[in-house]
Design a protein around this ligand. Structure first.
Ligand code: ATP
Length: 258
């Protein structure tokens, strides 16, 4: 049996604004993600998806309940955790190579070795030849590739992704999903992937969690038995995929209707 990588037990998270307005973002929220599992979260806007990721990182502690990573309570930022967000986290004044080398440099590697490692990752994400370009010289999809290289170079054991591909056009998005699965399959980090797109969730994940409208809690959990390695662009036309998509939408639509 696999060990738990992430455990949230009966977590609630309350925010109080400077004016004293209280928002309950999550209520009695429990979720376990096992080592090497790819878990996607879908839910209506404002149901607490980003708040959940923030609690796993340690940046946003729960108001009650417990959050554990590899069996230990989360007390601060853990170097085993990597993130990819919707916005690009690239330094505009650094080249592609140096952007990718930043992680190893921050972790104490000397610049020469960090650049060698970065060159290998730049190649792996399909950006060979663009090492000395700057972010403004790249397309949105290429910047996302830089973001993946920046994250995977640190070999995170846990990967948190908050709508990472939502700003991309449909074709680039499908390519990036394929790229992500290829990179993930090599080391099998435990992934929590937040998205508004049910088909993206099914294409990528082993399990899709549907959250109820805010204050969010787990409404349902769906195992995704599609075979791996998975080819995203082909998998989505199978009967099984369409069936899963309808089933999850049936659950989600009650939560998104106003
Ligand atoms: N720092 C904060 N201060 C006050 N309220 C907050 C704060 N962060 C989040 N919230 C509130 O908590 C609730 C959940 O927010 P969160 O960003 O986690 O939702 P989400 O599901 O990620 O939304 P979306 O799908 O729109 O990105 C919302 O009502 C939001 O307004």
């Amino acid at each position: 049996m696999k060990n738990a990588a992430i455990e949230l037990n009966n977590v609630s998270r309350k925010f109080v604004s400077p004016q004293g307005k209280v928002t309950l973002a999550l209520r009695d929220f429990s979720l376990t993600v096992n080592e090497g599992d790819f878990c996607a979260i879908v839910g209506p806007t404002g149901c607490g998806k980003s708040t959940t990721l923030g609690m796993i990182t340690g940046l946003n502690p729960p108001s009650s309940g417990s959050v554990k990573v590899f069996g230990k309570p989360v007390t601060g930022i853990d170097p085993n955790i990597g993130f990819v967000f919707q916005a690009d986290a690239v330094f505009p004044w650094k080249s592609v190579l140096d952007n990718v080398a930043m992680g190893p440099v921050f972790r104490g590697k000397d610049l020469k070795l960090a650049r060698e490692m970065a060159a290998e990752w730049v190649r792996r994400v399909g950006l060979a030849g663009f090492e000395h370009h700057y972010p403004h010289q790249l397309s949105g999809g290429m910047r996302k590739r830089v973001a993946l290289a920046q994250t995977f170079i640190n070999e995170p054991k846990i990967l948190l992704m908050d709508e990472p591909f939502s700003a991309l056009d449909v074709q680039t998005r499908a390519l990036m999903q394929e790229e992500l699965l290829g990179l993930w399959s090599e080391k099998k980090a435990s992934v929590v992937f937040v998205t508004h797109d049910i088909d993206e969730a099914i294409a990528l994940a082993d399990r899709v969690i549907v959250l109820s409208k805010g204050p969010g809690s787990v409404k349902s959990s769906h195992e995704i038995p599609l075979a791996r390695p998975r080819h995203v662009s082909e998998a989505r036309y199978s009967d099984e995929f369409v069936h899963l998509s309808k089933k999850i939408w049936t659950d989600l639509k009650d939560e998104v209707q106003i």
